[in-house]
Design a protein around this ligand. Structure first.
Ligand SMILES: [Zn+2]
Length: 538
């Protein structure tokens, strides 16, 4: 097939401080390419791209073939695939969670008062008279001099912790990051940390405001089948949530009776408090194992092949599920045929641009919708040395409704990737802004987060605030329409008549420009001081 990519000669001012101007041929990311792949990936033929279905086979083979056609090499030895072994665990917890103490015992009711799951792939597991210890926010953060687990041998014990981090609603912007949620505030972190400490179980106390969702979300989200990756990391026997009212009841029956556990947890120097209570709960699991695939393709560098820039996007969506308005195929056009098409369009632009000094890696990951599983597996089993992976640029749900003036950076203030994004945005006559909803922790909700966790600086951004012609209000209305009427529904479809891709093209062009700069220089962008990911890099 012929290539209609147009070359645009643009004079770039590189290193403006020394007034040295350099002429660079800047390839354009092709809008037709983006639309073509989005339309294919989001078509009914791809069956909603669900892992372990015929839709997966069609999707990963399509991506492999397209990368191959573009002349990219297999990214995992001589294969374009990285196998991602997954386990599906369907747990049935006991009807009650028993809390027993010297003052008497009481039961919590399943779903009304507590939920309990496990990531351990065994048929029968639980806690039996496990000692309960209150561990504040359950955080170990050396950069803040904070350790909620200090001074206790956690073997056989179960920690009880609060959701979010001490900064939330503290009125103190220097306590962690104030209202902005740090990684330490996420439930995923809390379960991981408790397991690292050697605890047997972790109970998170639900509270609507700091969690940013109600108990109903816990109730529906923590029941039924759960997919997880096969992992060598330490795992808890039981991961649990209890309602705020149940926590009050528990505290009243404990050594903390009469004390405000939320206030105590915020105090610097907090130490864990034994509650003089024990917990028992049992879970029966049904276990199914299967293998899904990440698709990995490579453009090797000419000078420093072992240094890589990784572009990522999740290929998966929800497949065929509950019928809504007569449609049961969850096409996931915006989420995330857009980002997956973006990988191919950027790869094509690099091929047209010619060789770069560093290598470029394109990974279409699986299982994002089930909990960032493909990228988590990659982070635990990296193909390219993390310390030599310069940066990750992740694309998830590109939906700029037109060319946007803003570039909204999710996780702004984490790393020098902000500077690269800013420079590229200014060159497009755009401005950068931080994610206006940083307290919701979106930085931790897509695949770049798993790259960040192993120390790789990540960029996750897009235009979403103000258009070049559309006002802030018009853009907000379009965003609301997507969230309310299309997000995670069969109606997230590609319609060539009305889908406007100039804004997506502009964002992808920016990601290409950032990657191009990184791929030809020697710098390693750094995490800023105070970032919870800095330690992993160093
Ligand atoms: Zn997504």
């Amino acid at each position: 097939m012929k290539n209609y990519v147009k070359l645009l000669i643009i004079i770039l001012c590189i290193g403006c401080t020394d007034n040295k101007k350099e002429t660079t041929r800047l390839v354009q990311v092709d809008q037709t390419t983006i639309g073509k792949h989005m339309q294919r990936l989001a078509s009914d033929d791809f069956l909603g791209r669900k892992p372990f279905t015929a839709g997966e086979v069609i999707t990963v083979n399509y991506l492999k073939d397209e990368f191959k056609k573009l002349g990219l090499l297999p990214g995992n030895g001589n294969s374009y695939f990285q196998d991602v072994p997954m386990v599906e665990i369907t747990g049935a917890p006991s009807e009650h969670m028993l809390i027993s103490g010297t003052q008497g015992s009481f039961n919590l009711d399943y779903l009304k008062d507590f939920v309990a799951t496990t990531n351990k792939p065994v048929t029968d597991i639980g806690l039996e008279n496990s000692e309960l210890v209150f561990a504040g926010y359950g955080i170990v953060a050396p950069e803040y001099g904070w350790n909620d687990y200090e001074g206790i041998d956690w073997k056989g014990k179960t920690a009880v912790v609060l959701i979010n981090d001490p900064g939330f609603k503290s009125g103190d912007s220097t306590l962690f990051k104030g209202n902005e949620m740090t990684y330490y505030g996420r439930w995923t972190y809390k379960y991981e940390e408790a397991a690292r400490q050697g605890a047997e179980g972790l109970i998170i106390i639900h509270d609507t405001e700091p969690a940013s969702y109600g108990w109903n979300v816990i109730e529906s989200g923590w029941t039924g089948a759960r997919l997880t990756i096969e992992s060598d990391l330490p795992l808890l026997h039981v991961e649990s949530w209890i309602s705020g009212a149940s926590a009050q009841k528990m505290m009243e029956a404990s050594t903390m009776k009469g004390q405000d556990f939320k206030v105590i947890s915020r105090e610097k120097g907090f130490k864990p408090i034994a509650l003089d209570l024990k917990v028992s709960v049992d879970i029966k699991n049904e276990i199914k194992k299967d293998v899904s695939k990440n698709v990995v393709a490579l453009i090797p560098g000419t000078e420093r092949k072992d240094e890589t820039i990784i572009y990522s996007a999740h290929w998966d969506h929800f497949g065929i599920a509950k019928t809504i308005n007569g449609d049961s195929i969850y096409n996931g056009s915006v989420d995330n045929a857009s980002g997956t098409a973006g990988l191919l369009a950027i790869a094509e632009a690099f091929k047209n641009n010619g060789p770069t000094k560093r290598s470029l890696v394109f990974i279409a990951v699986t299982g994002e919708e089930q909990g960032l599983l493909g990228s988590a597996y990659y982070a635990e089993n990296p193909i390219y040395t993390p310390s030599k992976t310069i940066a990750n640029i992740n694309m998830d749900a590109l939906d700029s409704p037109e060319k946007m003036k803003d570039l909204t950076i999710t996780g702004y203030g984490q790393s020098e990737m902000d500077m690269y994004a800013k420079e590229a945005a200014l060159a497009q006559d755009r401005y950068i802004i931080p994610d206006p909803e940083a307290e919701k922790g979106y930085f931790f909700r897509s695949d770049h987060f798993n790259f960040a966790k192993i120390g790789i600086p990540a960029l996750y951004a897009g235009g979403s605030y103000e258009g070049f012609t559309k006002s802030i209000e018009e853009i907000q209305a379009l965003k609301d329409d997507y969230i309310n009427n299309k997000y995670h529904q069969p109606s997230d479809e590609y319609n060539p008549e009305i889908t406007e891709l100039s804004g997506v093209q502009l964002d992808l062009q920016l990601f290409f420009n950032v990657g191009l700069k990184l791929s030809n220089e020697a710098n390693f962008p750094k995490w800023y001081d105070g970032s919870e990911f800095k330690a992993a890099r160093e």
